[in-house]
Design a binder for this molecule. Structure first.
Ligand code: NCD
Length: 361
């Protein structure tokens, strides 16, 4: 077992639900009175290491730290850092974590945040690791539900778009399955269905869910419609992306079929999946959701810097000679990482990216 010296946020499910609820209620308090928190992080430095494009996540983290009185360092283009010279993740994060008090990282490889946390000298926050997870977007989504629906339980949530590659969807389903009475309607083409391991989590928590093909079929039943972008950068071919890209589009006509108390969320950026004519509908809350993201990140920074919850990084066993079967897993890029898996027998689960690995004898 490897336990961290720090409160890292790699996957929300590493913490108890009570921990998330505290972050959300602090975020809610900050949203109501941000000035009160203006000096909470005086003298603290946050590093943002963005190996993938970002507008909201990066800027909301940066403004969150600045609004708390702290300062920021970092890069948003690895091509202008030593990464371009071939520096590995371990060295970059180890060095930067020596300069900063807290580090926020987005990276295209799945499991990269956990890999960085193994050697970092400060807490790490996962701001998106490939198509795997995006826990701070989920905190944003949950603060939005708390503020706008008054609850994170007993909701019927429709998730639409790229459920296969959308990390925001994966984190949100995992988190909302931990509250009672949530039902999921998964709207996607059959090629872009939610991964099996997430469906197993929904089943394990006794959550009702169904998979459907059309928005029209689902929309009248929903409390929340969570739209997502087709994740072009995660497709192996441009042709496949072209086939998927325009399948779903929420517009004014579709909104006519929805309840008055529906809320429409989207982690953004939007491409074409929500028509501009929906923006003026009072049920369209995606811009407000982005603002809540800043407040919840202020709450998260304060909570992580308190460092009163130690996360376990590796709990399984190192299996020399077994490689994760997910080509996007960080273990295929950073060879020094211990090949650590949960479970025993013939089915193992990679501890970095959660991929199931079947052993053949
Ligand atoms: C999302 C992401 O990066 O996963 N954006 C965000 O952080 N708000 C969604 C996306 O890129 O589609």
């Amino acid at each position: 077992m490897v336990t961290s010296k720090f409160t890292n946020l790699i996957d929300l499910n590493d913490m108890p639900v009570s921990w998330w609820n505290k972050v959300i209620s602090l975020g809610s308090e900050i949203a109501d009175n941000p000035k009160k928190y203006a000096h909470c992080c005086d003298g603290k430095i946050m590093a943002t290491l963005f190996y993938e494009p970002s507008t909201r996540t990066q800027m909301s983290f940066q403004t969150a730290m600045l609004r708390l009185g702290g300062t920021i360092i970092g890069f948003d283009n690895p091509a202008t850092s030593s990464v371009a010279k071939g520096e590995n993740l371990k060295d970059t994060t180890k060095i930067v974590s020596g300069y900063a008090d807290i580090m926020v990282m987005r990276h295209p490889s799945e499991g990269s945040a956990k890999a960085a946390a193994l050697t970092a000298e400060c807490p790490i926050i996962n701001a998106g690791d490939g198509g795997h997870l995006h826990p701070t977007q989920t905190l944003t989504d949950m603060l939005t539900l708390h503020k706008e629906k008054g609850r994170t339980e007993n909701l019927t949530i429709g998730l639409c778009g790229d459920l296969k590659n959308g990390r925001t969807v994966h984190s949100l389903c995992k988190a909302l399955s931990c509250y009672k009475g949530n039902r999921f309607i998964l709207i996607s083409t059959k090629e872009l269905r939610l991964p099996f391991y997430i469906k197993d989590i929904l089943n394990a928590h006794g959550c009702e869910f169904k998979e459907v093909d059309s928005i029209d079929e689902a929309i009248p039943q929903l409390d929340v419609l969570y739209m997502t972008r087709i994740q072009r950068e995660r497709f192996s071919s441009e042709e496949e992306y072209e086939r998927q890209k325009d399948v779903y589009r929420l517009d004014h006509d579709k909104m006519l079929k929805a309840r008055n108390d529906l809320i429409v969320l989207h982690p953004l950026p939007r491409v074409d999946e929500i028509a501009i004519d929906v923006d003026n509908d009072p049920r369209a809350l995606y811009f407000k959701q982005a603002e809540y993201g800043m407040y919840v990140r202020m709450a998260l920074i304060i909570t992580v810097l308190r460092n009163d919850y130690r996360t376990e990084l590796l709990v399984g066993n190192v299996k020399n000679g077994v490689k994760c079967s997910n080509p996007k897993c960080i273990t295929h890029k950073e060879y020094y990482l211990p090949n650590s898996f949960r479970g025993n027998g013939d089915t193992l689960e990679c501890e970095y990216c959660d991929e199931r690995v079947l052993l053949r004898h």
